[in-house]
Design a protein around this ligand. Structure first.
Ligand code: FES
Length: 88
């Protein structure tokens, strides 16, 4: 697999705490990375219910969980994952 899959939670907790902003990055990431990055929104991923200490919004970059994700941290995680898949 040489693509990176990004799943952005758009369940209520995540959406109001920044998921909407993350979702707004989909076009930017598609323009920047083309077909190397597949982005999708998802209903509640369930992480918000795991612990009081868990912090929305959540996103998955391949299998890596991002908590309290921001556009900056998401972009950084995507760039790291791309470099991993490209370097084997
Ligand atoms: S609303 Fe995002 S993990 Fe539940």
């Amino acid at each position: 697999m040489n693509q990176v899959k990004v799943t952005i939670c758009v369940g209520t907790a995540c959406y109001v705490l920044g998921g909407a902003e993350l979702l707004g990055m989909v076009d930017e990431m598609t323009a920047k990375f083309g077909g190397k990055v597949i982005c999708e929104g998802s209903p509640c991923l369930g992480f918000c219910k795991l612990s009081r200490n868990s912090k929305a919004p959540f996103a998955l970059v391949n299998d890596k969980l991002l908590e309290a994700a921001t556009p900056e941290s998401l972009l950084k995680a995507v760039e790291e994952a791309l470099s991993e898949v490209q370097n084997g």
